[in-house]
Design a protein. Structure first.
Length: 308
């Protein structure tokens, strides 16, 4: 169940990335209908593959947009202890699975067309494929933006708020990857249709679907791996724990006995560290030492006695 709306603060405004996603959803939906209709009418597997590929991307991009809305609306809600940064990783992971399913469907359908080829109307399908490529290039341009480094404060009882940057945004990466995959399939479709029309290589239409499917599958696996690591709290920078330990123990008289660093979503990291043998139980000096690491959430536990 979603958190109680009464506890929400004023939602943040739409970001450039979110606006771009919704514009691409509209463009992709229109082109999807055109390509599927013409693909069936002309028996072009390349055009059909591109159209159905776009169909799944409409759903995936819609999911990306919904993730942005949810993350923005509930960014400051107390129910989300560490913020809503991982909503975008979850959406990215789901989109990666959809990307993989689309790729497998393309390969299967293309192999079937290789075994049982159909007559293709190259003259009618080529202009639609070209328009599809132009739409995909426009979509890539809309999504390929450098987002302003927004930070939505979320206070905690540890004396420090945090905001989730968007430099490492799996949701946006998934949306961009979907339209880049569409661009690839459109380019392959045009090449196959041209070869079929002018060289008589009709079989290349189905082969382009196989090649495109395997390339897209590889992209989807890579995206799923990266987003999954964030969802499982895999530390993206293992060397950071060593650097934190060295910075604290360089002060002398203290020893780091426990440390955990994990991602909160986007490029935000959290850190919990336990120090023993502290000559002072004032936490401020140790926080100042770690300030340069830019942790979005930091907890420092001090113990006067060293159990070792």
């Amino acid at each position: 169940m979603p958190p109680d709306d009464r506890a929400l603060r004023q939602p943040a405004p739409l970001s450039k990335r979110e606006r771009g996603v919704w514009l691409v959803v509209a463009l992709t939906a229109v082109m999807m209908v055109v390509e599927i209709a013409v693909g069936y009418a002309t028996n072009s597997m390349a055009l059909l593959a591109d159209g159905w590929h776009m169909a799944t991307h409409v759903g995936a991009l819609g999911l990306s947009g919904a993730a942005y809305v949810f993350a923005r609306r509930f960014a400051t809600h107390p129910a989300f202890t560490f913020g809503t940064g991982k909503v975008q990783a979850l959406a990215g992971y789901t989109s990666a699975l959809a990307l993989g399913l689309v790729a497998l469907a393309m390969v299967v359908e293309s192999v079937e067309r290789l075994v049982s080829p159909l007559t293709i109307d190259f003259r009618s399908s080529l202009p639609v494929a070209v328009v599809g490529l132009l739409v995909n290039l426009a979509s890539v341009a809309l999504l390929h933006v450098e987002e302003e480094h927004d930070e939505h404060g979320h206070g905690h009882g540890h004396g420090q708020g945090h905001g989730h940057g968007q430099r490492d945004d799996h949701n946006h990466r998934a949306a961009l990857m979907h339209v880049i995959a569409d661009t690839l399939t459109s380019a392959l479709a045009i090449a196959a249709l041209l070869a079929g029309r002018y060289l008589g290589w009709g079989w290349l239409d189905a082969v382009s679907g196989v090649v495109g499917g395997f390339v897209i599958l590889q992209w989807g696996v890579g995206l799923a791996r990266r987003a999954g690591q964030e969802l499982l709290d895999v530390n993206p920078r293992p060397e950071l724990e060593h650097d934190v330990r060295a910075a604290l123990e360089a002060q002398g008289g203290v020893r780091v006995v426990d440390i955990h660093v994990w991602p909160l979503g986007g490029d935000a990291l959290s850190c919990i560290v336990t120090l023993c043998g502290c000559t002072t139980l004032e936490v401020a000096p140790y926080r100042e030492t770690l300030a340069r690491f830019g942790f979005a959430h930091l907890t420092v536990e001090l113990r006067a006695e060293d159990p070792a």
